[in-house]
Design a protein around this ligand. Structure first.
Ligand code: SF4
Length: 295
């Protein structure tokens, strides 16, 4: 197949746009859509210090490449990389993540559940079973990422979430009947580092292709607990449905954004967790997990 724009050999067919793209036009299209999302949501402004949350996988590797390419030369914007080590045997390879960050000359920092909370995710699973692994992991990872980023002076946390992740989140919240999460906007509070997701409109396979073309040394090991996640089921269902109806993921992400827009969050007071001082309305979920583990 030939590129719909220049007639060179194509490396990708976008079934939702009907276009075949060569490597150069794919990269240009990819980066322009990520920039468009940043402009639309006004995610990055002068003086920002962006902390890229890095797992070492394709999504965060692609994000680091993109952000350093677009903002790396700008004197008014700084980029750092942060990796959270959950303590999952054989999964998180902090040295591989450090290597990727350093190959882009980006300062690298890591923090671990073990050092911060006194236990690992494997300890939680050993004590409480593996069905709750992802919910506990998500709470503690977000908590520690926010704390670490803030302490390093970051003004934004950049996440490598792609279109598939976002669409899955909307569907998962609907399937759980979780109207609060579905309609809640990101609320600015003291101590909370706003999160940005430049790849929100880019399909997972295109992020993977962008990473393959540009990033060396990203890690492809899957988490041993991922099979327990509701997300794994939703991902499968959504991929089957999307194959027949290629705009479905975009429709879900748009729906998620629409639902958030009109909802008024009236909790505007600065909330601080009495246990750890992190932003929260009352005791935060991370402190509850720590208490459970100490019992
Ligand atoms: Fe954590 Fe679940 Fe992701 Fe594993 S799959 S890293 S347990 S959230």
């Amino acid at each position: 197949m030939k590129c719909s724009k220049c007639g060179s050999d194509a490396i990708l067919f976008q079934n939702y746009s009907g276009m075949h793209l060569c490597e150069n036009h794919f990269i240009a299209d990819f980066e322009s859509r990520a920039k468009k999302a940043i402009r639309k949501y006004r995610w990055i402004s002068q003086g920002d210090r962006i902390a890229v949350a890095m797992s070492g996988g394709k999504d965060s590797g692609a994000l680091l490449h993109f952000l350093t390419k677009v903002f790396g030369e700008r004197r008014d914007t700084g980029i750092i990389a942060i990796s959270i080590d959950e303590g999952i045997q054989g999964y998180r390879d902090i040295e591989a993540v450090r290597h990727i960050a350093e190959s882009y000359n980006v300062p690298f920092h890591s923090a671990s559940f073990k050092d911060s909370y006194g236990f690992t995710l494997d300890d939680i699973v050993e004590r409480q079973g593996d069905r709750i692994s992802c919910s506990r992991c998500g709470v503690l990872r977000r908590h520690l990422l926010n704390k670490t980023a803030r302490e390093l002076g970051a003004t934004k946390i950049a996440l490598g979430f792609n279109l598939d992740d976002e669409a899955q989140s909307v569907l998962m919240n609907a399937l759980r009947g979780d109207a609060v999460t579905l309609t809640r906007r990101q609320v600015m509070r003291e101590g909370f580092v706003p999160r940005i997701r430049p790849f929100i409109n880019l399909p997972e396979r295109e992020v993977a292709l962008y990473a393959t073309l540009n990033v060396e040394g990203f890690v492809e090991v899957g988490c041993p607990y991922s099979k327990n996640a509701l997300r794994a089921d939703v991902r499968e269902i959504l991929n089957i449905y999307n194959y027949r109806h290629p705009s479905t993921k975009y429709a879900l992400v748009n729906l998620g954004e629409e639902l958030k827009t009109p909802a008024e969050d009236n909790r505007t007071e600065p909330g601080i967790c009495p246990g750890c001082g992190e932003p929260s309305f009352g005791e935060c979920q991370a402190c509850r997990i720590v208490k459970e583990m100490k019992r």
